[in-house]
Design a protein around this ligand. Structure first.
Ligand code: SAM
Length: 473
């Protein structure tokens, strides 16, 4: 007969061996270790944004600061394929320093994601269809895994010792992604599979309604940051004055109950008129990301979202005192994020892209002849704005009297040099696509020098066009 101690040791050894074997279980598919040639590019700064939103029909802008040095701007938007940025990031950042990576990649749905909006006043609207991104791959699952595998591996290398990654998936391929994560991050670093439960949307009579996504949480090491999160007690618990959870020792705590790994208290953004709804397909609610940021970072942490869509993560970081890196390769994602960040008065940020021309002029933009009038010895009032804008897409939609209906917002650079340095942005007052957009801006500028002033227009299809004018003040 074995004594208890010896029996336990043998059992532990057996479990250890089994774990080793389990670790050697990996997912294989054709081309898993294929190296993607030509996946290196140098990354350039294409824009610097000092957010200063102006709305209303006649906007007046009194600049205090019009240019920030790049080194002083911590937040970065990377416009392009995230693999290029991840590779560049690991080349230029010897010490991994990202505390939280959240990604919400395509889910292998085989769908094309579009965004439909109505522009113009409610009495005179035109519907516009914009393409956001495609989630279609020629070779289905193996192409999907080909896409994710090198990116997840690069993300692991970018995480700090205290860092965590949260990968948002659904029923389509989530089970494969979890096996990949075990391989890349180590199954010992798996922390939670969070079930995010929501309502609304389509139903089926062929199966139970699919009403949850999974958020797979892996840590870089056992030193990962975790701040416990709490939820309110149920009315029954409050009435009883006791919890039914042993871990809570049955006593009620002031903060509420410790949160489980299934969340039912945050819904998808369902209302088409909700302020938060930016009409980007697959947009996630801020509340969801706020919870992740609160749980796995500290104030001042660096947070990254490499499939950032409408830019939800950047807004959450700005509001909670974290720095951010976002990445997306869809022009509509960049335009929507820009709008979101301007509207919410974001911290300054830089836009980076694989090197190429800064401005691929896609529209025709004619500026008004600038007018100058005197304020005092040191200052003049500059009246600047847009005379005309046109884009080929406009020929494909019913003609509208006002070209400004097709403009989503515009930006101003008061001292244009090599990179567009946005110091002021003009948006519509309340309704993003309705109501008038100011086409003029009155700006107080200093006298005594000539300068190049640039205006960049973003239209509703996410095209950007810049025009420059010389001002001698
Ligand atoms: C599900 S959406 C993300 C939505 C986002 N969480 C939000 O709240 O709006 C996925 C995004 O990944 C982007 N994407 C897909 N492949 C990419 C790649 N290789 N590099 C960068 N972005 C990519 C798409 O353009 C799309 O915006």
């Amino acid at each position: 007969m074995q004594t208890g101690g010896i029996y336990c040791d043998k059992l532990a050894q057996k479990v250890g061996e089994a774990m080793q074997e389990y670790k050697s279980v990996q997912l294989h598919w054709t081309g898993k270790h294929r190296i993607d040639e030509g996946q290196q590019a140098s990354i350039d700064e294409i824009e610097r944004v000092l957010v200063n939103p102006h709305a209303g029909v006649q906007a007046y802008y009194e600049p205090t600061e019009i240019r920030l040095p790049s080194e002083s701007i911590e937040n970065i938007y990377c416009f392009g394929d995230n693999l290029l940025f991840l590779q560049d990031w690991s080349r230029t950042n010897a010490v991994p320093k990202i505390d939280l990576i959240y990604i919400d990649p395509p889910y292998m749905t085989e769908l094309a994601y579009n965004s439909t909006i109505a522009i113009g006043s409610p009495e005179n609207q035109t519907t516009i269809l914009r393409s956001a991104f495609h989630d279609r791959r020629i070779q289905g699952l193996s192409s999907y895994l080909d896409m994710l595998y090198p990116r997840l591996a690069a993300m692991r290398d970018a995480l700090s010792e205290e860092g965590s990654i949260f990968v948002h998936v659904d029923w389509h391929a989530g089970h494969y992604v979890r096996v990949l994560m075990d391989e890349i991050f180590g199954m010992e670093n798996f922390i939670n599979d969070i079930a995010w439960c929501f309502g609304g949307g389509g139903n089926s009579r062929r199966h139970f309604h699919r009403k949850h996504d999974s958020i797979l949480w892996y840590a870089r090491s056992p030193q990962y940051i975790f701040n416990p999160q709490f939820r309110p007690y149920t009315p029954g618990t409050v009435e009883r004055g006791l919890t039914s959870v042993k871990g809570d020792r049955y006593r009620l705590h002031q903060e509420g109950a410790l949160m489980q790994d299934w969340w039912t208290d945050i819904n998808k953004i369902l209302s088409p008129t909700a302020y938060e709804n930016l009409k980007y397909p697959t947009q996630k609610p801020k509340e969801l990301l706020q919870r992740l940021v609160a749980a796995a970072t500290r104030p001042g942490s660096l947070v990254a979202d490499f499939f950032s869509g409408s830019g939800t993560m950047a807004e959450v970081c700005n509001q909670t005192g974290r720095s951010w890196i976002l990445c997306d390769n869809s022009p509509l994602a960049l335009q929507t994020t820009m709008y979101r960040l301007i509207r919410s008065g974001s911290d300054p940020f830089r836009i980076m892209a694989p090197c190429g021309p800064e401005n691929t002029a896609t529209g025709e933009l004619i500026l008004k002849t600038p007018q100058l009038s005197s304020i005092d010895d040191k200052h003049r009032l500059l009246d600047i704005g847009i005379h005309f804008y046109r884009n080929v897409h406009m020929d494909e939609t019913p003609a509208r009297k006002d070209f400004s209906d097709y403009i989503e917002f515009w930006e101003l650079d008061l001292d244009y040099r090599d990179t567009f340095n946005s110091c002021c942005q003009v948006i519509r007052e309340k309704h993003r696509y309705r109501g008038p957009l100011a086409l003029d801006l009155l700006v107080r500028i200093e006298t005594g020098r000539s300068r190049r002033v640039a205006i960049k227009v973003w239209d509703v299809w996410a095209n950007q066009t810049t025009a420059i004018v010389e001002i001698d003040a």
